[in-house]
Write a protein that binds this ligand. Structure first.
Ligand SMILES: CC(C)(COP(=O)(O)OP(=O)(O)OC[C@H]1O[C@@H](n2cnc3c(N)ncnc32)[C@H](O)[C@@H]1OP(=O)(O)O)[C@@H](O)C(=O)NCCC(=O)NCCS
Length: 168
């Protein structure tokens, strides 16, 4: 059974993002990936993809103005599959449990929608992300040769099939 640690979680709330949040999303995206998604890609997830979900982790400053986006997750709910399409945390706020919160949210939503399998692809060289997913219980089930460009690279295919509401 997957067990997600909660001890180091920073106090963030997870909520759906909108078009007006995309400047903040794109700043994190560009700081996180060699081949980042652009605004049109995020817009189409928000506006044109009936399967798509985009959620952010927001930190409310106790004294300062407003809230700050620290990370986001994009996923698709396609019948019994939860497909993780994008995940990033602001470089200054990594290793604080924020991605774990986001994935935990997505998996909980997936359970509510009846998904039984969570799937993702990750660059072979992205050891941080591979370790992150592994720490959450995802396991490698395949590899796609030369799947990514810029730079050319294999994709590692990972999945999680064993989770339930007690894990959250
Ligand atoms: C991968 C990423 C989303 C992780 O976000 P994060 O908020 O730092 O992750 P968390 O703090 O929730 O980490 C949870 C656990 O995952 C593992 N983990 C996370 N980052 C790790 C790293 N760099 N090295 C080793 N293990 C790591 C650890 O077990 C960690 O628990 P711990 O901190 O108590 O040891 C973040 O590094 C990132 O945005 N990377 C760039 C974008 C990216 O690669 N996205 C994934 C594309 S598939």
């Amino acid at each position: 059974m997957m067990k997600i640690q909660t001890t180091s979680d920073v106090d963030v709330r997870v909520q759906p993002l909108e078009t007006r949040d995309l400047d903040d999303v794109l700043a994190i995206e560009r700081a996180s990936f060699a081949a980042p998604w652009n605004r049109v890609m995020f817009d189409s997830e928000l506006l044109r993809n009936p399967f798509g979900r985009l959620y952010g982790a927001l930190f409310d400053h106790p004294t300062g103005p407003g809230s700050r986006l620290l990370g986001y997750v994009c996923y698709w709910v396609v019948f019994d599959e939860l497909r993780l399409m994008n995940l990033a945390v602001h470089p200054d706020h990594r290793r604080q449990g924020i991605a774990r919160r986001l994935i935990r949210y997505a998996l909980g939503d997936g359970l509510d929608q009846g998904t039984t399998r969570a799937l993702l692809e990750v660059r072979a060289s992205n050891t941080a992300a591979r370790r992150f997913y592994h720490a959450l219980g995802f396991q490698q089930y395949g590899r796609r040769t030369a799947y990514y460009t810029n730079p050319n690279e294999d994709a590692i295919l990972m999945q999680l099939t064993d989770w339930n509401s007690e894990d959250f």
